[in-house]
Design a protein around this ligand. Structure first.
Ligand code: NAD
Length: 330
């Protein structure tokens, strides 16, 4: 099958080529993201393969349909950047990689917590300059603290298990409760109780109409003063300007984010020689208690192997008219 692969980085190519050794699929790589301005690159292809920040809105879908695209395959789990309704109308199939390594993202969320808490990033820089002082490196024990998890699907479950291992009290909110987690000692509470009771909050729900700006001014006013908020899910779960307010008035004690609402203009690019025009991220970066990573939660060897394998299997299933187990439906 002939596929145009968008938003390609060297590692995408490396891992897809590794499992497409027999050249079963003809993969043509484009560095450009797929959006309304770049659809012409997909002329002559049967399908497109995209990533988290390609913007596949209705206009883009209609254009893709005009040029004969039959498949949009996401090499990620989240699909909030694709207008699924518009794709269904144009009879374009949408597929994704629903699970590749939930542990990869869960472990990254834990890395954010530990770094923010124990300030290892600051100690690393200090010691390199022969500064061995402990001033301002005080952290807190995670043992015995209450960790609130919003979304207990695959990643949230892996995260809960790690935090139980740390000896934390784990409380959770999800629209669907997990018996398996309850049996392990996780307690489901209402969202307001989660806000009120958590020392650390971690977001693992998808971005959709119900969860957009879940953390806005009202939510921040309900959290425990000085709590830590971790977001490895999708940027728009947090209203950034309200998070800045909450950091300034010290209601929010720490913020660790691997995703950012306006990340498509920034993430996955080296902008070290550019003038950043996004004042919100610049303000966030100025806080000593904010840690930002560039959407790298998924970025482990194991996850990249699995993403490539499932992506190629999706192409094969589509080509051979097999059941599309990874199809995203309305
Ligand atoms: P999943 O579908 O297994 O779990 C999502 C959970 O959220 C489900 O249990 C669902 O019931 C719950 N949920 C849905 N609506 C909710 C709501 N309104 N409030 C609370 N819970 C709600 O998904 P997953 O594989 O665990 O992934 C979770 C998210 O992580 C994805 O949607 C994606 O955005 C993000 N993600 C990030 C990275 C990264 O690199 N940082 C990588 C993969 C996935």
């Amino acid at each position: 099958m002939k596929i145009a692969v968008f938003s390609t980085k060297p590692y995408d190519r490396e891992y897809l080529d590794k499992f497409n050794r027999d050249n079963k699929h003809e993969l043509i790589y484009f560095e450009a993201p797929l959006n309304i301005d770049t659809t012409n690159l997909a002329i002559g292809f049967e399908g497109v393969c995209i990533f988290v920040n390609d913007k596949i809105d209705k206009k883009t879908i209609d254009k893709l349909s005009e040029i004969g695209i039959k498949l949009i395959d996401l090499r990620c789990a989240g699909f909030n950047n694709v207008d699924i309704g518009a794709a269904a109308k144009q009879k374009i199939k949408v597929m994704r990689v629903p699970a590749y390594s939930p542990q990869a993202v869960a472990e990254h969320a834990v890395a954010l917590i530990l770094t923010l808490n124990r300030k290892t990033h600051k100690a690393y820089n200090r010691v390199r300059e022969s500064n061995f002082s402990l001033e301002n490196l005080t952290g807190f024990n995670l043992y015995g603290k209450t960790v609130g998890v919003i979304g207990t699907g695959k990643i949230g479950t892996a995260f809960c298990q790690i935090m139980l291992g740390f000896g934390c009290k784990v409380i959770a909110y999800d629209v669907k409760e997990s018996e398996k987690l309850i049996a392990k000692g996780v307690e489901y509470q209402t969202l307001d109780e989660i806000f009120k009771n958590s020392d650390v909050l971690s977001l693992h729900c998808p971005l959709n109409v119900n969860t957009k700006h879940l953390f806005d001014r009202t939510a921040f006013s309900k959290i425990k003063k000085g709590a830590m908020l971790i977001n490895t899910s999708r940027g728009a779960l947090i209203k950034t300007s309200h998070a800045i307010e909450a950091l300034k008035n010290e209601q929010l004690g720490y913020l660790g984010i691997d995703v950012y609402e306006q990340e498509e203009n920034l993430f996955f690019k080296d902008l070290s020689e550019s003038i950043i025009q996004d004042d919100l991220i610049e303000r966030l970066m100025a806080f000593h208690n904010v840690l930002i990573t560039p959407h790298q939660g998924f970025f482990t060897n194991e996850a990249l192997d699995q993403i490539a394998l499932t992506t190629l299997k999706n192409f094969t299933d589509f080509e051979n008219e097999l059941p599309l187990v990874n199809e995203v439906k309305l």
